[in-house]
Design a protein around this ligand. Structure first.
Ligand code: ADP
Length: 564
């Protein structure tokens, strides 16, 4: 049944009950009023007629008889009680006898007695009817009370039933909507009703089914995308760990879990990275992210080298976190070591034949061996110069292999500054003469000694000087200056060559770096090796240069202990 019909029926029933109650009350009141008013009035009129008749008997016959007859006639028309008709009939007979007897006193007494019997009859009737009215009134009260109570009970039970009928489905629907709003799409509302509420529950359940289907399909899609993202992350060569902007682990791949010695991916994801790092030195080192030096990790008994990196994860609304990576560079390291060993071996093997070539060309050029024509002399000079270049290159390569393998052996001694400067001057004399370049050296007499590996300090100064000579124009000048600055001794080589473009100044000390367009014969290694040497001896190195005005290369070394 529809709710509207049910409401109409219930309210209709309640209205009916109200009418029933009102009907019973009105009927009872009417009955009481009818009986009490109408019947009692007839008795009262009989009393009045009889009283009047008694009074008429006292009057003169001429007026008394007609008045008594008049009252009798009225009484005859007002018979209401059982036995009243008979009494009235005998009254009429007595009145006729009284008139005929000439108002005989005996007959008068009989007539008076008849009048009084009618009076008596009506008075009794009044008393009886009053008692009956009272009784009926009591009954009416009982009826009205009973009917009222019954109606009230029925109305109350209907009201409560209706309230429950309306509120129960609303409660069930509200609870269901709440649970669906919380994401419980498996919620169903069971209302075994055919009304609007039942229909509403059915539509609600249909909606929940759709929501559940949608959730399942999007969950499946999300799971699929998650699995795909995990597969991508796991297929990355580098060990990677993503940390969000609140420091929680967003993802970690298998490689990172193995390298960091963590439990598993699932357990790590979502945890605070700094919490995990408290018990994991390697992770802490990676998260700190300072420096790009390779670090060594022993995995399965074998040394592995890694470099770390970090990249910001940028979302549409700004940074979402950071991906920390650890790249395994062991294969490159091994290749690099093999290359270094190879270069070292080749350079070492080349040094002896080159030295012998140099010696032979020097001998050939010796006039004591025999005269050469101009062409022969030019050829031997070229061979000698190329051999010198080869020797310089092989010596640089050898030094480089030492630097790269980390096997630079420093023999620190108190070395006289003059010896270092003289070595560089001697080594560059012939080249300077060939280019007509004037080299001057300014060394304070009090300069004393430096704490250094003499050979490597001389090699570095020699490299500065040979560069200065090579990059100077013919007829130019190069100045070596040595000065004491605090606890250090500074060696400076100033030339007036082409200078260095500011964009390259920071890079000239990088390995294999050569300024584009610079002289053909060079390896780009000399300054890089010199830097390694000077820093290994506790010194500093640098350059100040202005394009077209020349360069000023300098390095410092600690002054020997007894000089400070
Ligand atoms: P190279 O064997 O090429 O000279 P270096 O490491 O000694 O290697 O020098 C690196 C580069 O720095 C050179 O190729 C050159 O371009 C630049 N350079 C070095 N010294 C000078 C200088 N005195 N004047 C101008 N450029 C220089």
């Amino acid at each position: 049944m529809k709710t509207k019909t049910r409401l109409l029926l219930s309210l209709g029933a309640l209205t009916f009950l109200v009418f029933v109650l009102a009907g019973v009350g009105i009927a009872s009141i009417n009955q009481l009023r009818g009986e009490g008013g109408h019947v009692l009035r007839a008795n009262y009129m009989s009393l009045a007629y009889m009283e009047d008749m008694l009074a008429a008997l006292e009057e003169a016959p001429q007026t008394g008889i007609p008045r008594a007859k008049e009252q009798l006639a009225l009484q005859q028309a007002n018979i209401t009680e059982v036995g009243e008709l008979e009494a009235t009939t005998s009254l009429a007979a007595a009145l006729a006898a009284w008139e005929a007897s000439g108002q005989d006193s005996l007959v008068t007494r009989t007539l008076t007695a008849r009048i009084r019997s009618i009076l008596e009859l009506n008075r009794d009737a009044i008393v009886r009817k009053a008692a009956q009215a009272e009784e009926r009134g009591d009954k009416a009260v009982v009826w009205i009370t009973l009917t009222g109570t019954l109606c009230a009970l029925v109305a109350l039970s209907m009201l409560f039933g209706m309230a429950e009928f309306l509120s129960a489905p609303i409660r069930a629907l509200t609870a269901g909507i709440d649970r669906v709003a919380q994401g419980n799409y498996r919620e169903r509302i069971i209302l075994d009703r055919k009304d609007e509420f039942g229909h509403m529950a059915e539509r609600f359940n249909a909606m929940a089914i759709e929501l559940e289907r949608w959730e399942n399909s999007s969950l499946a899609r999300i799971m699929e995308e998650k699995a795909r993202a995990e597969a991508v992350i796991n297929s990355l060569q580098d060990a990677s760990i993503g940390v969000d902007d609140k420091g929680r682990v967003l993802f970690i791949n298998r490689q990172a879990v193995e390298l960091l010695g963590l439990q598993d991916m699932e357990e790590t994801t979502g945890r605070s990275a700094s919490e995990i790092a408290k018990g994991n030195d390697l992770l802490r080192f990676v998260l700190e992210g300072r420096g790009s030096e390779p670090f060594k990790v022993v995995l399965a008994g074998k040394e592995n080298y890694f470099v770390r990196g970090s990249n910001e994860i940028l979302g549409p609304e700004g940074p979402l976190g950071t991906v920390h990576t650890m790249r395994n560079i062991t294969p490159h390291k091994e290749l690099d070591a093999a290359k270094t060993t190879f270069i070292a071996t080749v350079s070492h093997e080349l040094k002896t034949p080159i030295a012998s070539i140099l010696m032979s060309t020097a001998l050939l050029r010796d006039v004591r061996i025999g005269p050469m024509n101009e062409e022969q002399r030019q050829l031997t000079t070229n061979v000698h110069r190329d051999a010198e270049r080869l020797l310089r290159i092989t010596s640089e390569l050898l030094n480089l292999t030492q630097v790269e393998s980390g096997h630079v052996q420093m023999r620190l001694n108190d070395e006289p500054v003059e010896a270092i400067v003289n070595y560089a001057l001697d080594a560059n004399r012939s080249a300077a003469e060939a280019g007509n370049i004037l080299i001057t050296a300014t060394i304070p007499s009090t300069i004393g000694k430096v704490r250094a590996d003499g050979e490597k300090a001389a090699w570095t100064l020699n490299n500065f000087l040979s560069n200065a000579v090579r990059y100077s124009d013919p007829g130019g000048a190069v100045a070596i200056t040595v000065a004491r600055i605090g606890k250090e001794v500074e060696f400076t080589v100033q030339d007036h060559g082409p200078g260095i473009d500011p964009q390259y100044v920071d890079r000239v000390f990088d390995r294999y770096f050569r300024i584009p367009g610079s002289l053909a014969d060079g390896t780009g290694l000399g300054l890089a090796i010199g830097k390694e040497f000077v820093e290994a001896m506790g010194g500093r190195i640098g350059v100040r240069s202005e394009p077209r005005k020349g360069s000023r290369f300098w390095f410092t070394l600690p002054a020997a202990a007894d000089q400070s």
